[in-house]
Ligand binder design. Structure first.
Ligand code: AMP
Length: 458
């Protein structure tokens, strides 16, 4: 999971600031590292580092990145290496000029491609599969960069949403199934590409449309051109974008994420009625579903848990003494809401179960009489190979245990999941076309099951 952004401005030299604002809006998609590349028409300049957008960029840094074209990336910490070498965008000099690339997604044939490229003499610095894409582009003989990008992308299997730039062109391209999102926006004098529409809103761009599966959009001084290189027409967007990843204000494939989440909550209430005193969301990922659940069930919604909104990453580990005192930095219960109550705790998903177990414990310690965990998605039973960080099947709670065992491990009085049919109903038209492999084990792109593949994520 990562976020990508790109901007092409006809006149203004402010591409770095636009990209900064775009990345700020996409920060939820990745907090490990971030970077911006801009072009002033002849040079590409880069700034990237480990950390949040607000930590890595400031006025001085942005002033050192002049230009009309920019791309940016926020990287999600995965099982792959957490290192500055993996920070994106990556920039290389090729026969097509200097090319910068930012990637959201995960290739499932990366180890094979890497081996082939290495046999041809390619060298790799990072452990991201993004470098493979750049190598493929660089070695492809073509009329121009656009053709080379298409030829390179035809070798890729898995998910990719890319923003690519040279000194005078911005390109956006999505894999043939459209597993990861990418949309196009228009400015008064320019264009924007972003993983999610919330980033368009942040820079004052008007949403135009999604970049379609298997489509490449090339933006230059005369506007944009669109090319199809292998899409099958229908989209196989990751359904987890609606459940957890995307920001609620984003619109994905014409559907507002917040609305979908409230429908998911309502569906959960219809599927599994319960008698309880209060509906409490797990902040912040359960909020929309909890509202939908409360409205449908008539059980009052209340803030039983408060998240400290100023906590980013905490660098300083509390000492053992403080830990023993039970210091809680991120999440705190509100005893007056919880004491003696039968609580329905709503969370978007349970992956390993660690988060829910902690949350349930907090509620119980604050005096909740019963805690029923309602999960606003079906049991997560299979690992994702297309860019979401889930580890092996052994770590997935629902893959290993029965409902009773899951309740026991989480410490809840009961655990209830939404059915797959319920999820599809809430998401609406086309949901049965989306990638739901984590809930079904049916992978839309065959996975090459090599151990290395699992640790590669850009
Ligand atoms: P856990 O069950 O402890 O692994 O964490 C699941 C919680 O983390 C969910 O409630 C989500 O809010 C969030 N989450 C779901 N999927 C992911 C993911 N792939 N990476 C990080 N957080 C996730």
């Amino acid at each position: 999971m990562c976020g990508v952004f790109g901007v092409f401005l006809e006149e203004s030299q402010e591409a770095a600031r636009y990209t900064y604002l775009g990345l700020y809006a996409l920060q939820h998609r990745g907090q490990e590292s971030c970077g911006v590349v801009t072009s002033d028409g002849s040079f590409l300049r880069t700034h990237k580092d480990m950390g949040l957008v607000s930590e890595v960029f400031n006025e001085e840094v942005l002033a050192g990145l002049p230009g009309r074209i920019g791309i940016g990336h926020v990287r999600y910490s995965t099982t792959g290496e957490s290192s500055i070498l993996n920070a994106q965008p990556l920039v290389v000099r090729t026969r097509y000029g200097t090319v910068a690339l930012a990637h959201n997604g995960n290739l499932v044939n990366s180890s094979l491609l890497e081996k082939e490229l290495q046999q041809d003499g390619a060298v790799f610095q990072s452990t991201t599969d993004t470098e493979i894409i750049l190598n493929l582009i660089a070695k492809t003989k073509a009329k121009n960069l656009e053709e080379a990008v298409i030829k390179a992308c035809r070798h890729l299997k898995g998910s990719f949403a890319l923003t690519i730039m040279t000194d005078d062109t911005l390109i956006g391209i999505r894999d043939p199934l459209g597993i990861r999102p990418l949309c196009l926006g228009r400015l008064d004098r320019g264009y924007v590409l972003a993983s999610e529409s919330c980033a368009l809103t942040s820079v004052g761009a008007e949403y135009v449309r999604e970049v379609l599966p298997g489509e490449m959009i090339v933006i230059g001084p005369g506007g944009f051109n669109s090319y199809y290189y292998g899409g099958h027409g229908s989209e196989t967007l990751c359904i987890f974008e609606y459940i957890y990843f995307a920001r609620p204000d984003s619109v994905l494939s014409g559907k507002n994420v917040y609305k979908v989440r409230t429908r998911i909550g309502a569906e959960l209430a219809r599927e599994h009625p319960i008698e309880a005193d209060v509906v409490v969301p797990a902040p912040d990922s359960g909020v929309a579903a909890a509202l939908g659940f409360s409205k449908e069930s008539g059980i009052p919604y209340d803030y039983g848990l408060i998240k400290n909104r100023y906590v980013g990453r905490t660098f300083i580990q509390p000492s053992q003494g403080l830990r023993d005192l039970g210091v809680k930095i991120k999440l705190n219960p509100v005893p007056s809401v919880l004491k003696g109550k039968r609580v329905v705790l709503i969370d978007d998903s349970v992956v390993r179960g660690t988060t829910s177990a902690n949350t349930v414990r907090l509620l119980k310690e604050a005096g909740a009489r019963e805690v029923h965990l309602y999960v606003a998605s079906p049991p997560y039973i299979k690992p994702c190979y297309y860019g979401i960080d889930t580890s092996s099947e052994e770590e997935l709670l629902a893959a290993k245990y029965s409902l009773d065992k899951i309740s026991e491990r989480i410490g809840a009085d009961s655990v209830t999941y939404l059915s797959l049919e319920g999820l599809e109903k809430a998401v609406g038209t086309g949901a049965d076309q989306m990638c739901r492999a984590c809930f079904t084990g049916r992978y839309p792109v065959p996975v090459v099951l090599e151990s290395e593949v699992k640790v590669r994520c850009s």
